[in-house]
Design a protein around this ligand. Sequence first.
Ligand code: PMT
Length: 407
Amino acid sequence: MKILLGVTGGIAAYKALELTRLFIKAGHQVQVVMTTGAKEFIQPLSFQALSGHPVRDSLFDANQEAGMGHIELARWADQIVIAPASAETLAKLRMGRADDLLTTLCLATDRPVMLAPAMNRLMWRNAATQENVDVLKQRGLEILPPASGEQACGEVGEGRMPEPQAIFEAVMRAEKMRLQTQQAGSALKAFWHNKALLITAGPTYEDIDPVRFIGNRSSGKMGFAIAEVAAKAGASVTLIAGPVALPTPQGVKRIDVRSAQQMFAAVQQQVAAADCFISAAAVADFRVEQPASQKLKKRQDEEEMTLTLVKNPDIVAWVAAQDNKPFVVGFAAETNDVIDYAKDKLRRKKLDMICANQVGEGQGFERDDNALTLISATEQRGLALSGKREQALELLAFIAQQQSSVD
Ligand code: PMT
């Protein structure tokens, strides 16, 4: 692998030498780019001796550019690693600055970028730094959590650069995952290309009156991740979304609904065109029989209030009961006896497949990760905890496999 190692100003810069040595020893190629600040802490010659390449430090050095221009250098790398990454570097990357060679390279690359922050504990905890970290993560940069311990300034806390061995292992892990995703991606595209996927996501809101409703904790992240990955694999995706605050994934047709009845109507309208239906929405089982048209008032003499709820249509079971039905995938969100309840839903609702997930106690809902168990009539596969996009990839691959074995 070709690694571009950015070294920024900080006492941890000397540890980047050990990191260079680890990469070289494992057979990787390394080119080092230093900022002006980094050179205050360590000599470029040390990196040159270890990497076997002259260190790059200037955007405007004609000699350096003559060897390999900065755009060429950005393209040369398979992976960019910045260790240590100073608070200033995080801020510049977040802003999209290009006032030195390293930030310019990061702006001019489509390769993965991993950052190993190192700074004083208060600088790390500062709201500005944390906001920069959040934005960079959202943009897809991988940011390793800094280690805790005694700092160069004498303070104790979080902000130390992770050890070189830990950074090395994180880079190797990320590369392995990328290769696996690429391989899985090709198989996925072969199946999903031009398939029509209809998917529901998010909660439903059942109105009590104009200001109150019965809802649930679904954020829509699981269903949106599936829609995004399926669209990337070439499927034509229609996403029926309950009330969520998520952007529409690229290439996905989105229909917004609020209540279970609206979701049911949208599914009924769209399902005929679908090859596959995935019901990831957390649909309310009951709705208020008669929502009030005006805000309900609290009466002084009233200690209790009774709402009459009536059953909502079971959307996924309705789809599964149709003639010419698509391949139907349900979800089961359970707090206990997860697999038993999921298998019961698979049978009762006559689904082709179900994805069981544990919810409650910080699991399943709202988070960016999940751990699904995929269950069909003949197979059961438990997935390890990972990001919802990774879960989506495995789920779509499982569907492809189930349908291919039927064809
Ligand atoms: O949205 P996130 O925050 O990312 O969280 C993801 C999730 C936990 C919501 C998701 O992974 C999940 O489990 N979704 C299904 C939640 C749910 O309603 O499960 P259930 O066990 O109550 O329902 C079983 C199945 O029947 C589901 O496929 C559901 O969509 C469907 N159903 C339920 C009731 C109803 N009236 N109509 C339905 O179609």
